[in-house]
Write a protein that binds this ligand. Structure first.
Ligand SMILES: Cc1cc2nc3c(=O)[nH]c(=O)nc-3n(C[C@H](O)[C@H](O)[C@H](O)COP(=O)(O)OP(=O)(O)OC[C@H]3O[C@@H](n4cnc5c(N)ncnc54)[C@H](O)[C@@H]3O)c2cc1C
Ligand code: FES
Ligand code: FES
Length: 1427
């Protein structure tokens, strides 16, 4: 036995004699100063903590590299391994090719997720230096990014793909990339030098272009994506061509202008060369070559260590027995045996010990459920438990072989033994396909999954159906076998006896006539736990009669269950007979029926899934067995749910003048620091001497009176310094814009998660433990309202009401041919910035001075709240913001309270104090996007003209107003979207509920207003039996029209032009026909198409916030320091401001530096929000720089024309010329008079999008096949950054409307979706398969803004809803063929359109069977509610 661990970290040997056994690898790394590895969630769900762990496998005699989540990896398990972190790859000065490419191809915005992406790709390359594009897309399935929309990350990563590798070789030979002007887009084509597209367009080799296309798809390995094989011929040649929307496949442009009907719209004339492609190729040409041979080697010592042949004889990989170095640790002892006998011996000595393999279950129990296991045994290095053994009957998998290895073994076995014998094995492989993400599959094991016995385990139903048998070993090595079907004996209870371990799982080969399949449906396809899973098996005889059947389900009962009645219903029956299917579905439905209030919710959906899977299995099995049945012809649709092609992107913008700095798509100035882990975020700051940690004591009731707070037990804990309550606040306990909220609750709590007290302790862990020990006594529970609908019914709202009115609505409704009434709803959205709230407060020791370092979009509010709370003048408090790991509006107002809590702790202790929220805390208290509910009555003329609208909008504000009134105002001001309704009355209220205070989120109510209206338009169109596009077009504003708030749309009203152009570019008419044709031919899949416009008003809705300030110093060496009022959260504001400064001062971009945002260099700043920060601060920087440039002019004139700037700056300094200037800017011409209903914004950013989706009507799963966006952002300050903003915002909008469902428990008032495990944001594979973004640059009237640019941060978000409307279109197609749906009337679909709501909206026989009678729902409390 050895005690202490030995491992290598980034090539350096580390020995830890003593360690704290509770520590995860992530905690150790960050504590050791390697802060490049981030903590995003702590539950394996975001990938920000990804590192590479390499081990030498003695059995296989090879080194294995695996990406793992350091947040779940026990530190003691690294013994004998090599850990490589992002710091081990390269530095900003000398980056690794992975780091360089992601940085320079714009794959990093806020950068918080970036090290995780870097490491996932790095590990892939270590294992496979020339991966395919598919490998690359799949390697990111455990990484989340909230900023980029993934496309640039994928693009950068794909430069390593086999294809790009070849292209790289060409580039290297020539040294430059040849951009052929005739090709316009820097060559176009698929990337291969000899691409058929280039040959065709350039005509260099002539020949038949169709033949070349056929060759191409074969040669580039993209057959799956090829138009020839995926049925998308309609879209074909456009994709790589230089003339989108034009000359589809005719190889000549003879028909081009004809088809466009006007020369002005012709592709030949309207757009010049595409600079986006040229920029990309130029950057790629400068990339370092990737040299796999230059990678950090696996330390040879560790091979000897693993083999037991280390020369020094001192250490070897052997049994490890560790005792925690910290007596306070909950884990006291840990063992790491390397043999099964060793393990059994440890268990005999410590019968209660907890086995730990991948720790992906245990680790989550520890972190989220606070489980404590004082004795742990790591079983991941035991050879017998990792072995794979074949026998005549099947294959036995070592129980603790990581799932990624199991998957590879299954691939091998299926290939070796053929499809028929491996039906069961292939089903198990299928069940692993969407099991968690790579990082989890690299460590998690079969045993972990089986023994956890989760009712929604992915593996268990497949194993049960396949007839798997578990081998268990007990004391003394006694073995027994248990069929998996008998293994699960209750909720999370198994047949395993005390002291027993699971040794292996045997999966039998399949017999002739046998078919096995596994299906899974989750909220998100990748890295998500199942809603329902199943393993389905049938064996028929030669005549097609059923000899055996096994239908195993997860998600339908407290355990994995066999649907025995359903199995019985088919015994001996003729498989393929329609009556048998009917009987089977009915039996399954009866057997697996769930209560409305079932834990996990979704009772009807789950029931419909269970039968839907049977139908899919029926179709697939009949087809495979050659049995005729109606469904067999749809087997290809039934096999996999919405299979996704590889993604591809296209960006389009025009060139910028060479000498200009502004406009060029320079990479984010911090990108290389972000990819190398050098960029620092608040929690990366090294601890200040004597620093203390703060934790929150929060309410666990939604509405209650506080009787008292008992901190005795907490204060008795060693290391606890103070417990602070409202009484300890020396200044004001009241905060937020409306001053209607307490920092720390005094008498009453208004939502679960509301802060009541603070614990200040020596360590974060101790602070958290003590916080849990503080007892809050509640004297009375009070009525609680959670949902906006309940609040409306109860009249629970804040006093403010807002109204916009134009025309005579009553008269318009009276005159209308149709008067239609209804309601619309859209759910909220969690920001899910990757970096949770955090702040560090550092007292300066004199005059109450305090430095506050915060992750905040609003340094001034943070400064003010801290100062007011402490009773200090604002001049004593400086708030610093270096950067944020994402904000999206969520850090506009709410983080000020977090900073204030750190400040209060610092004030009372005189020491620095740090408060960083855990992900679940953040999601429980930080506020979300406001859900909205609207009721409407609309009058429409027979021809579709909208005549009058009365709409009442209600938002769910939560317990306090925060920014809710502003959000409501913006919703009202956007509820017209792009349509003229002559008589309109819009009335808005903010509902007061017992949830956290909802707050700003990118779009700030504007998106909600537009979504409510567009949802209404869809229903109106359905009533009128008119295509909704026609309705939109008919009512679209024209230049000169006025909005309901009295602002006239002027010469820069571009939407009608963009609406027409995108239809040409996206080939809308032909694709509509193709979608209809597809739908006519398919049974279980339907496609949908939508075209959506947006206009977004730019300016803060509060006049005084529309100002910006800047301070610019030029130093005598020619370097320039710019400070301005805006903060950097990934949106590239500092990069744009540096470009503005460089352009104005006429200096190179690298002469300009922006260090941070701080309230002592930019006072009274407005929050970085409202898409106005580039305008406001850009003008301020411009004004300051213009003044400095004027001062320098005489010195410039005197200097040589090519004199370096340093010489000019020095001459000015020596001449005693001031080289410092401040700038200020106030937006002219704006006004917001709500009393008069007259508003004037600075301008509108506009856009249009086309989205196409494919929906699996049996499950509600979908994929977004293609999206085209055309965005008017004026004359962009940085086109690459703006494209990134568009793609990122779109993806957030897509997530908001299709996937992200923020749920509360009505029973407890608690958020149920408190982390990435339950709350799903889009992952890399959810983005449009084909994602095209173009900037509108031929606008007639650019705005009078900074360099004529337009705000871009928020406006594209609403276009993400085009996916929602495309899904609605697909549902309509499904309903068209369903009598049940026809009877149900007009489709009412609410956002988010989750798989559950889509499936149920399809309304067919299966959903009708699954419906729970209304009487049974009456009075039942649902498991979860949307608020
Ligand atoms: C982000 C994330 C995503 C996930 N996604 C999925 C998913 O898609 N589908 C799914 O089904 N699950 C999922 N899980 C759950 C989990 O990953 C799986 O259950 C996994 O298989 C657990 O394996 P492990 O080795 O990590 O188990 P551990 O956490 O190490 O252990 C789990 C349990 O198994 C016991 N155990 C381990 N080995 C043995 C043995 N040899 N003998 C007896 N007992 C043993 C342990 O004592 C413990 O009780 C996910 C988890 C996370 C964190
Ligand atoms: S921090 Fe580890 S996965 Fe999120
Ligand atoms: S760059 Fe990915 S989360 Fe911000």
């Amino acid at each position: 036995m050895t005690s202490g661990v030995l491992f290598y970290l980034n090539g350096e040997r580390v020995e830890l004699g003593q360690l704290d056994l509770d520590t995860t690898l992530l905690q150790y790394l960050r504590g050791a100063g390697l802060t490049g590895t981030k903590l995003g969630c702590g539950e394996g769900g975001c990938g920000a903590c990804t590192v590479m762990v390499s081990r030498y496998d003695v059995e296989q005699q090879r080194v294995e590299h695996a990406s793992v989540n350091a947040c779940l990896y026990p530190l003691y398990a690294v013994d004998g391994k090599h850990v490589v972190t992002v710091e081990g790859l390269g530095t900003a000065r000398d980056p690794h090719p992975v780091q360089e490419r992601i940085a320079l191809l714009h794959g990093s915005q806020c950068g918080f997720c970036t090290p995780g992406f870097v490491m996932s790709l790095y590990v892939l390359l270590r294992n496979k230096p020339a991966p395919t594009e598919r490998d690359i897309e799949e390697c990111f399935d455990g990484n989340l990014c909230r900023c980029t929309g993934y496309r640039p990350i994928l693009d950068a990563a794909k430069t390593f793909a086999d294809l790009a590798w070849k292209r790289g070789a060409v580039v290297e030979q020539t040294g430059t990339v040849h951009v052929d002007p005739a090709q316009g887009r820097g060559g176009g084509g698929c990337g291969i030098k000899d691409c058929c597209q280039l040959k065709k367009e350039g005509g260099s080799s002539g020949g038949d272009s169709q033949d070349k296309e056929a060759e191409c798809c074969k040669s580039n390995g993209n057959e799956a994506e090829c138009c020839k094989s995926n049925g998308n011929e309609a879209e074909c040649c456009k994709s790589n061509g230089m003339e989108p929307g034009c000359c589809k496949s005719n190889s000549k442009d003879a028909e081009c202008c004809k088809s466009n009907s006007k020369d002005a719209g012709c592709c030949k004339n309207s757009r010049g060369p595409n600079q986006a492609e040229a920029d990309k190729l130029a950057v790629i040409a400068r990339f370092k070559k990737y040299e796999p041979t230059q990678e950090l080697i696996f330390p040879p010592f560790l091979i000897q260590y693993a083999k037991g042949t280390a020369g020094d004889g001192s250490r070897r990989l052997g049994d490890l027995a560790l005792v925690s170095s910290d007596s306070e640790s909950w884990c006291q002892r840990a063992f790491r045996p390397v043999t099964l006998d060793g393990l059994l011996a440890v268990l005999q000595a410590h019968p209660g010990a907890k086995l730990v393999a991948g720790n992906s279950e245990v680790g989550v129990e520890v972190r989220l459920k606070r489980a404590r296991f004082p004795v742990q045994v790591y079983v991941g290095d035991i050879g017998e438990l990792r072995a794979v053994r074949e026998d005549a009957a099947g294959v036995a998998f070592g129980a603790n072989l990581p799932l990624a290895r199991v998957e590879r073994e299954l691939e091998r076995l299926v290939a070796a033994h053929g499809a028929q014998r491996t039906q069961g094995l292939a089903a198990v492989r299928e069940s692993l396909r969407y099991f968690a993400g790579n990082q989890i599959r690299n460590v998690a094991t079969m045993a972990g999954n089986i023994v956890t016995a989760s009712p929604i385990s992915d593996l268990n139903p497949a194993l049960v159906a396949a007839g798997a048998v578990a081998t268990l070993a007990g004391a003394g090595g006694a073995r027994r076998q248990v069929a998996l079907a008998d293994f699960f004996v209750g909720y999370r209870r198994t047949a395993l006896r005390a002291g027993e371990v699971l040794v292996s799982v045997h999966v039998p080969f399949s017999a002739a006539g046998e078919v096995v399949r596994a299906f899974k449906q989750a909220k998100r396809k990748d890295d998500d736990i199942a809603i329902v899973t199943c393993g389905l098996r049938v064996r028929v005889d030669g005549g097609g009669r059923v000899r055996e059947a096994a239908f195993a389900y997860g998600g339908m009962a407290p355990t994995t269950v066999l649907a025995r009645a359903a199995m019985g219903s088919v015994a001996g029956a003729q498989w393929g007979d329609a009556a048998v299917l009917e009987r089977l579905v009915g039996a399954c439905q009866d057997e697996l029926r769930l209560d409305f209030a079932v834990p996990g919710g979704m009772a009807e959906y789950r029931a419909a899934l269970a039968t839907g899977f049977l139908v899919r299995f029926w179709a697939a099995s009949c087809a495979q067995l050659g049995i005729a049945c109606a469904e067999a012809q749809w087997a290809h649709e039934a096999e996999d749910s919405a299979e996704r092609q590889l993604t591809r992107g296209q960006q389009e913008f025009a060139p910028v003048a060479d000498r200009a700095v502004v406009g060029h798509g320079v990479a984010h100035l911090s990108a290389l620091k972000q990819t190398t882990g050098e960029a620092r975020y608040v929690d990366d700051m090294p601890p200040v001497h004597g620093e203390l940690a703060v934790a929150l004591v929060t309410a666990d009731r939604p509405h209650a009176r506080i009787g008292g707070v008992d901190a005795g037990a907490a204060l008795a804990m060693p290391g606890v310094r103070r417990v602070l309550t409202a009484r300890d606040i020396p200044g004001s306990n009241v905060w937020n814009v409306f001053h209607d909220e307490e920092l720390l609750a005094t008498d009453e709590v208004h939502h679960v998660g509301q802060p009541i007290a603070l614990v200040v302790a020596d360590s974060r862990r101790r602070a958290h433990e003590a916080a849990r020990a503080v007892r809050v006594v509640y004297s009375e529970d009070l009525p609680a309202v959670l949902t906006v609908r309940d609040a409306v019914a109860a009249g629970a709202w804040f006093p403010e009401q807002r109204r916009l009115q134009t025309g005579d609505v009553a008269a318009a409704l009276a005159a209308a041919d149709h008067v239609i009434s209804g309601s619309s709803y859209c759910g909220g959205q969690e920001h899910f910035y990757l970096e949770p709230f955090g702040a560090v407060a550092v007292p300066r020791g004199e005059d109450g001075e305090l430095d506050v370092y915060a992750s905040s979009q609003n340094p001034t509010e943070t400064q003010m709240v801290c100062a007011e709370m402490l009773g200090l003048p604002a001049s004593r408090v400086v708030c610093h913001v270096k950067r944020m790991g994402g904000g999206f509006g969520g850090k506009e107002s709410r983080p000020a309270a977090i900073a204030a809590f750190a400040a209060l702790a610092a004030h009372h202790t005189g020491r620095a104090a740090r408060l960083v929220l855990d992900r679940d805390e953040d999601m429980q208290l930080s506020g979300q996007r406001h859900p909205f509910y609207a009721t409407w009555t609309v009058g429409v003329a027979r021809d579709g003209r909208l005549l009058g609208l009365r709409m009442h909008l209600y938002s769910n504000g939560g317990f306090s107003r925060d920014l809710s009134i502003g959000v409501l105002e913006r919703a009202l001001a956007h509820a017209d979207n792009c349509y003229r309704i002559p008589s309109t009355e819009l009335v808005g209220r903010v509902c007061r509920t017992n949830t956290q205070s909802n707050t700003a989120f990118r779009g700030f109510g504007g998106c909600q207003g537009m979504l409510l209206l567009e949802s209404m338009l869809c229903e109106v169109a359905d009533h009128l039996r008119m295509p909704v596009d026609r309705l939109r077009e008919l009512n679209m504003y024209r230049a000169g029209d006025a909005t309901p708030f009295g602002q006239t749309l002027g010469a820069d009203w571009n939407v009608p032009h963009m609406w027409a152009r995108i239809q040409r570019d996206a080939d809308y008419v032909a694709r509509r026909a193709a979608v209809d044709a597809f739908n006519a031919q398919s049974r279980f899949r339907k496609r949908g198409l939508a075209l959506l416009p947006t206009k977004f008003a730019i300016s803060f809705g509060v006049k005084h916030l529309n100002q910006g300030m800047a301070l610019v110093h030029i130093y005598a060496d020619g370097s320039v320091l710019v400070a301005h009022g805006g903060t950097e959260m990934g949106q590239g504001l500092h990069t744009k401001m540096a470009q503005v400064a460089a352009e104005t001062l006429r200096v190179p971009l690298d002469a300009v530096f922006i260090s941070e945002t701080a309230t002592n260099t930019a006072a009274n700043t407005s929050p970085t929000a409202a898409s106005a920060s580039s305008d406001l601060n850009g003008h301020a920087v411009h004004n300051a720089c213009r003044e400095l440039a004027a001062r320098l002019e005489p010195y410039r004139a005197r200097a040589a024309p090519d004199a370096p700037f340093a010489q000019i700056a020095r001459a000015a300094y020596l001449d005693r010329c001031s080289l410092t200037a401040s700038g200020h800017y106030a937006t002219p011409g704006i006004d917001f008079d709500w009393a008069a209903g007259q508003l004037r914004f600075a301008y509108f950013t506009q856009g249009v999008a086309v989205a196409e989706v494919e929906l699996d009507t049996l499950t509600g799963a979908h994929s977004t096949r293609r999206v085209d966006i055309l965005m008017d952002v004026g004359r962009s300050l940085n086109k690459a950054i703006d494209i990134g903003q568009i793609e990122g915002a779109f993806t957030q909008g897509q997530g908001w409307t299709t996937m992200e469902e923020f749920l509360y428990s009505p029973a407890t008032g608690r958020v149920l979706t408190q982390g990435p495990g339950a709350y799903k944001i889009p992952s890399a594979m959810d983005i449009p398969r084909d994602f095209r973004v173009a900037l509108l640059e031929d606008t007639p009237a650019p705005p009078k803004t900074i360099f004529s640019s337009k705000g871009v941060g928020e406006p594209p978000l609403f276009l993400g809803a085009s996916v929602f409307f495309a899904l609605r279109d697909a549902v309509l197609a499904a309903r068209a063929a369903s009598p049940e749906a026809q009877a149900a009337g007009v489709l009412h679909l609410e956002s988010p359109a989750t798989p559950e709501s889509l499936r149920l909206a399809c309304e067919d026989r299966l959903t009708a069977l699954a419906r729970i009678p209304a009487a049974q729902k009456q009075g039942a409390v649902p498991f979860a509610v949307r608020i």
